[in-house]
Design a protein. Structure first.
Length: 355
């Protein structure tokens, strides 16, 4: 399929160059036309090529063929390339993102379907035919009003829903007893820190980085004592998580695609958002949609002689931050709250680690 795509691009570029070349030879027609000579009256010759009715007819039909090809390609992408999309959102807040995406997609789809038809069908229908005269139609206030009002209403509603979705993950003031976790980015790995029994993170600063304290926890802050630094992210299912992001060096972006979440990690400041995991890793693995996608991936891996892949939630870096950016990832495990706490209990606090 990819090869076909490259061939298509090559043909399109070739056709474009050929057409541009031809355009320059039509310059003469325009010059003659400016002198008041009607285009039809100019004889076609090598120096003075004029589009004949046959030329116009062929080009008009090309428009129609292009339109049909375009619709076929659209349908193919929509139905058969769907498998490379992400499975259902693994966070409650992510459902809104998916809805927003779906609504936008449908709207764009309908509008693009209609406008492409108008563009190409009318180019075909009104292709140049000798002695046919175009109707001069200045404007219609009614039409202008319709195509201004409808997009205004639709876009306002979309932006409203978008703002609601945005606030849902960004405004954490009303979340009840959320779990606070720090995500720490550096070239080229992720670390995390749990806030411990007090659920309050101690201060952090790059100047405090020393020995085992690799994320610069301020040990003079009383809130730091019970903080738990980790290298693998575990999240309890059904509990709101407040993430606080820091970066040690350059701009990174914490991307958790399965939860529809992404936030920049900016050196010198703390950014934050929150979401509630909906499915444990285990629940996600047995979902029909996930199984189908994983099977698809493993078929490709097998063909390359690679080990099979098992579904895992991932935290990825989504800002090109340097040479090993592509490999900057951390595993996320979502589990039932009891399992989560028994895992957390096994982790050492920064005080235990330092002493
Ligand atoms: Cu990065």
């Amino acid at each position: 399929m990819l090869a076909l795509f490259y061939i298509f691009i090559a043909v399109a570029v070739g056709l474009g160059i050929w057409q541009l070349n031809r355009l320059s030879s039509y310059k003469q027609v325009i010059l003659n036309n400016d002198k008041g000579e009607p285009v039809n009256a100019i004889a076609k010759s090598e120096e003075n090529p004029v589009a004949t009715e046959k030329d116009n007819d062929i080009h008009g039909k090309f428009f129609l063929i292009f339109l049909i090809g375009f619709y076929l390609l659209m349908t193919y992408c929509l139905f058969f390339m769907n498998d490379i999309m992400l499975p259902e959102s693994a966070s409650i807040e992510g459902e809104n993102d998916d809805n927003l995406f779906l609504i936008t997609f449908i709207l764009i789809g309908v509008v693009q379907f209609a406008t492409q038809f108008l563009l190409f069908y009318f180019s075909f229908k009104y292709r140049g035919i000798n002695n046919r005269k175009a109707l001069f139609y200045a404007d219609s206030h009614k039409l202008e009003l319709i195509w201004t009002t409808i997009p205004t209403i639709v876009l306002t509603a979309l932006i409203g829903y978008g703002l609601y979705t945005w606030n849902d993950v960004m405004d954490l003031s009303d979340s009840e007893n959320p779990l606070v976790i720090e995500v720490y980015a550096q070239q080229f790995n992720w670390q995390a820190r749990y806030a411990g029994a007090d659920n309050t993170l101690g201060r952090g600063n790059v100047r405090n980085i020393k020995g085992i304290n690799t994320i610069g926890i301020d040990m003079t802050d009383a809130n730091s004592a019970d903080d738990i630094p980790v290298r693998e992210l575990h999240l309890p299912k059904g509990r709101k998580i407040v993430f606080k992001f820091r970066s040690q060096d350059v701009l990174h972006s914490a991307y958790m695609p399965h939860f529809r979440a992404q936030m920049n990690c900016v050196p010198g400041m703390v950014t934050e958002f929150g979401f509630t995991p909906k499915f444990t890793t285990q629940e996600m693995r047995v979902q029909e949609e996930t199984v189908r996608k994983v099977n698809g991936i493993n078929k490709l891996r097998k063909a390359k002689g690679e080990d099979p892949y098992e579904f895992e939630y991932l935290l990825l870096c989504n800002k090109i931050c340097g040479a090993s950016h592509y490999n900057m990832q951390m595993k996320i495990v979502v589990e039932e709250e009891a399992d989560f706490y028994s895992w957390l209990k096994q982790q050492k606090t920064i005080t235990e680690l330092v002493n």
